[in-house]
Design a binder for this molecule. Sequence first.
Ligand SMILES: [Zn+2]
Length: 429
Amino acid sequence: MSVLFKDVLALDGFMNSARPCDILVSDGKIEQICEPGTFSGLTDETLEGRGRLAVLPGFVNGHTHAAMSLLRGLGEEKPLMEWLREQIWPVEAKLTPEHIYWGTRLALLEMASKGVTCFGDMYFEMDQVARAATEMGMRAGLCRGLIGDDRSKLEENAALFSEWNGRDGLISIQLGPHAPYTVSPDMLKAITAMAKEIGAGVHFHFLEAEWEKQYLSDEFGMSPYEYLEETGLASAPFLILAHCVWFPLSEMTPFKDRNITLCHNVKSNLKLGSGIFPLDEAYRLGINISLGSDGAASNNQLDIWDEMKTAALLHKGVNKDPTLARASDILRMATYGGANSLGFHQTGRILEQWEADLAIVDLDQPHYVGVDPDNLCCFIVYAGSSADVKSTMVKGKWIYRDNRFCLADRDEIIRQSLRCRKELVDQSL
Ligand SMILES: [Zn+2]
């Protein structure tokens, strides 16, 4: 299939200003970018932008638990451990593979409609998540959440890798130890050894809450960096550390030369009162940074546009410096940074021969009056919202087109999700 985007504004997180152009997408890739109105070949489909459509890389939700869309609203406004122990873990114990399938599909409806083309997910029954992602045509980096020292779960994660890694060019599989307080250092050593053996990345929750730093010191006598080195995590083929709110700045420097991504879950951290990740310091060191929503029970949106705006505003405000967390840097984290973190290295920029994972944004709206190529990025981050996404494409295929889902039955997914929610939470409406 080939699609011509005619006279559009192309923008990614590496550009100083948007580029007016024609873009040809063919065989899943961005085949050609040329001056607006100059493409003359035949295509299956042409979108007339008339300078009022923006073409952005698809957004990447770097860290989430998609099926938690069924748990939205449970245990609101509680501290992290109380929330997990009293509200989340008891309901999660009741989850069946079918619940996870429908919960994931529900989350993917939400994400696709907001321009998200790729997500990093840690949960259970991940073959159901992989199935849901491929049916929806979405790109995903997936790992089985590993809690405790049960080696059979690690074998399950490795089997997921054998079965799904690379499927349809859409799926990458990581190993998913949950957190320092749920997995022992010995188990982490086994996990990192397995990661090196099979060539998989590792996805880990780290230092989300302040007490975790003291826990590492009291339980294991290690600083955060020593812990990552000692357990082998720091030398995994690649590592995604979700949250990292309390990682000491003095220990961050070695990260810049490692294949390590820090995933900034700004709204989840704010809502759970976890604190504020030192974004500016990490960014200055050249560490790869992605943005994530975390699960829908702690955010409560799966909306990377909203993460962008919150991050851009918050870090300016708390540092009293409007030059920090610049819109183009934030857009880069929300696209390229996330794709790169999950092992997709030709995704997240508007460049010829890169994967055609795209979000199409309607600029023909009141809040875009005054937009031009130089200020488009700031309009997107500060004036725009995910409601401006008109269409979403992954690998050159439409998954959401003119506000309709192309590969999913919206009403059926909502119906099945309501049934699952009732099975999990009796008092649900
Ligand atoms: Zn999480």
